[in-house]
Design a protein around this ligand. Sequence first.
Ligand SMILES: N[C@@H](CCC(=O)N[C@@H](CS)C(=O)NCC(=O)O)C(=O)O
Length: 221
Amino acid sequence: MNAAATPSNHPAQPIRLYSFALSGHVHRVHLFLTMLGLPFESIELDLAQGEHRAPAFLARNLFGQVPVIEDGDLTLADSNAILVYLNERYAPDPARWMPRDAVGAARVQRWFSVAAGPLASGPAAARIMALFGKTTDPTETVQRSHALLSVMEMHLQQRPFLAGPGATLADIANYAYVAHAPEGSVSLDSYPHLRGWLARVEALPGFVPMARTPIGLAAVA
Ligand SMILES: N[C@@H](CCC(=O)N[C@@H](CS)C(=O)NCC(=O)O)C(=O)O
C-alpha cells in the first residue's frame, strides 16, 4: 500500500487551535489534544478587540466563536464537533472515548447536549457574568446552575463517569465549566459525587487545567 494513503495517528503539521484562554469550550479541545498527545499551536484571539468578528476569523467560523481548529486543509468549528473529529481521526482507540454500540454512543451524545445546553446557559453563563463584570442579575443563572449540578450529582452517585464505567468524550465536554463553576459564585460544596468525578477526570493521563488567572480581564470587562 502507498504509505501516503495510510491513515496516520499524527498530523503532518501541528493543528492550529484558535483560542481564548478563559474559554471552557476551548479548554475541552485543548484537554483532548493534550490527552491524545497531538502537536498543536494555540492562536489566542483578543475577544475584547473583536478579533472573533473580523472577516479573517468569520471566514473560519461564521458564528464568530472559538474554538476553531485547522488541520491541514480542514477548518472545523464547535468544541463538541472537534472532539468527535479528533477522536475519529487520531485516537489510537476511538471506541474508548466514543463507544461503538448504539446505547453507548447515544449516552455520550446526551451529555454533548447537556454541555451545549444547560451547562452553557447555567455555570458557563454565571461565570461569564462574574468574570466580565456583566451588570445583569445573576440570580436566575446561578439557580439554573444548581438545578443542573443537582441532577449531575444524582447521576454520578451511581457511576464514576458521565456516560459509563470509563471516561468518554462526555466527560471531556462537561469538565471545565463544572470545575470552574465557583468562579461564577456557584459553589460545589454540596456536591461530593460531582467533586469526586472532577478528581477522576483530573487524574486522567495528559490532563491539563484551564487557566484560573483572569488573564486580560481588565481589557475585556
Ligand atoms: N457551540 C460553540 C460555543 C462556543 C462559544 O460559545 N465560544 C465563546 C467563547 S467561550 C465565544 O467565542 N464567544 C464569542 C461570541 O460569541 O461572540 C462550541 O461548542 O464551540
